[in-house]
Design a protein around this ligand. Structure first.
Ligand code: GTP
Ligand code: PEQ
Length: 219
């Protein structure tokens, strides 16, 4: 299954600007993208990065550059693929799913074969990953896009399955998400763990468990 991985090269991860400089945000976003591409390939998907501009790095898969906003770029890519492939399916997996594992993605892809649309919601109402096998379905990202995607599927008569996955629900959007990333990368790491968590540790981030909800602190 082809797996589109949208990636913003413009001002990535602006919601992390309180804790990371622009160069750090770009490096962290790239580390996370690489983790996601590896996990997609290990799950049997064929990743393709859908980027807003050229990616200044060697990536293990093709890159399509489309400067349009996220929703327009993804819909154009879905159109091109679903029209030409009868019964074909395309997945869209966000590049900031720092905890995505091959197992979690395999489950997403398998669920996507059982319905017209499979959605892995993000915490906070976003759509972190989906599989589309229904040409009339269109994405509409931002805001509570999980609810919007369910409504759109309903309107066009597409069946929906929801993938309930902690790993796919966690995206690296805000400083609190970095704690989530360190917690689970630490618990599951064999060897050095994924690049994104390693990058955070090397940048001096550690869990802050001193009081209340666990967060991150930086040396
Ligand atoms: N191709 C493409 N990808 C995008 C675009 N905007 C965001 N993305 C990617 O879509 C995913 C979800 O993005 P968001 O979390 O909404 O945005 P972000 O740029 O990562 O972070 P913020 O600036 O904090 O909103 C990430 O993988 C982004 O790299 C866009 O306009 N085009
Ligand atoms: C793209 C957007 O991501 P978020 O801003 O919720 O991370 C969404 O899932 O609709």
């Amino acid at each position: 299954m082809e797996v589109l991985v949208p990636f913003s090269t413009d001002h990535p991860k602006s919601r992390l600007s309180a804790v990371l400089t622009p160069d750090e945000r770009a490096a962290f976003a790239l580390a996370t993208l690489r983790d996601v591409l590896d996990a997609v390939a290990a799950a049997g998907g064929e990743p393709r990065v859908l980027a807003t501009g050229p990616v200044d790095a060697d990536l293990p898969c093709p890159v399509t550059v489309d400067e349009r906003p996220l929703t327009d770029a993804v819909n154009a890519a879905l159109d091109a693929r679903l029209e030409s492939e009868a019964n074909g399916r395309v997945a869209v997996v966000m590049a900031d799913l720092a905890l995505a594992t091959p197992d979690a993605l395999r489950r997403l892809f398998a669920t996507g074969r059982e319905a017209d649309v499979a959605i892995a919601p993000g915490r906070g109402g976003g759509t972190n990953a989906l599989v589309v096998g229904y040409p009339a379905f269109r994405v509409d990202y931002h805001g509570a896009s999980y609810l919007d995607h369910r409504r759109i599927a309903d309107e066009v008569g597409a069946s929906v399955r929801v993938v309930d996955s902690h790993r796919l629900a966690t995206d690296a959007d805000e400083p609190a998400d970095l704690a989530e990333l360190l917690i689970h990368a630490d618990a599951d790491a064999d060897g050095e763990g994924p690049r994104a968590a390693r990058w955070l540790r090397e940048a001096g981030f550690a869990l802050d468990t001193t009081d209340g909800r666990v967060g991150v602190e930086r040396e």
